[in-house]
Design a protein around this ligand. Structure first.
Ligand code: ADP
Length: 192
């Protein structure tokens, strides 16, 4: 199964992607995680994207497209995968269609985790104040505002783009984690 997970920063995509990964035994591909790992390893890609990411801006479509193309062609993606953080704008959605067509595969489900902006702001403010080793360079309140702005301008239009696709479903991301997981499970289990 190929699943796209859409939603603003702080909507719980990572948590629910883990749930789906365990349920279906398919890998969770997070472009954010892959890029952060490249930054950490100081690869050419990492060095190119480091400052852009720290500012909360989107990195170029070409760079992420290469990341995705390489990653989905790995063996562990044979049975499907969960895309988290890709596509992030309409251009990327169109590129993804081409990538999948080239490997003769289709999107099976598009899940949009819907959370009000006021709730997101407080969720991420809390996350930015947590003191943990995994703290991200972009988890400060100033960068958070930038990330939400980028989301509104670039990514939110995707819900309109996919709205008439019968594989698309808006999920209320303001319920408890287990309730959201259950709603997702129902949608995955139902034939379309
Ligand atoms: P968030 O928690 O805000 O959803 P992610 O972990 O998905 O963030 O991504 C962090 C950063 O990585 C983004 O702010 C952006 O700079 C970069 N990034 C991740 N995915 C993409 C993408 N598909 N296109 C462009 N930039 C991306």
């Amino acid at each position: 199964m190929i699943i796209i997970l859409l939603g603003p920063p702080g909507s719980g995509k990572g948590t629910q992607a883990n749930f789906i990964q365990n349920k279906l035994s398919i890998p969770h591909l997070s472009t954010g995680d892959i890029l952060r790992q490249s930054v950490k390893n100081e690869t050419d890609l990492g060095n190119k994207v480091k400052n852009i990411m720290a500012r909360g801006e989107l990195v170029s479509d070409d760079l992420v497209l290469n990341v995705i193309k390489e990653r989905v062609s790995e063996n562990d993606c044979d049975q499907g995968f969960i895309l988290d953080g890709y596509p992030r704008n309409i251009i990327q959605a169109k590129s993804l269609n081409i990538v999948l067509k080239d490997i003769d595969r289709n999107i099976d489900r598009i899940l949009f985790l819907d959370v009000d902006f006021s709730i997101l702001q407080s969720r991420i403010e809390t996350r930015s104040k947590e003191n943990n080793d995994e703290k991200r360079a972009d988890d400060t309140s100033e960068v958070l505002i930038k990330r939400l702005d980028e989301y509104k301008a670039q990514t939110e239009p995707l819900s309109e783009y996919y709205r008439n696709n019968k594989k698309f479903k808006k999920i209320n991301g303001m319920k408890s984690i287990s309730e959201v997981s259950l709603d997702i499970e129902n949608f995955l289990d139902n034939g379309i």
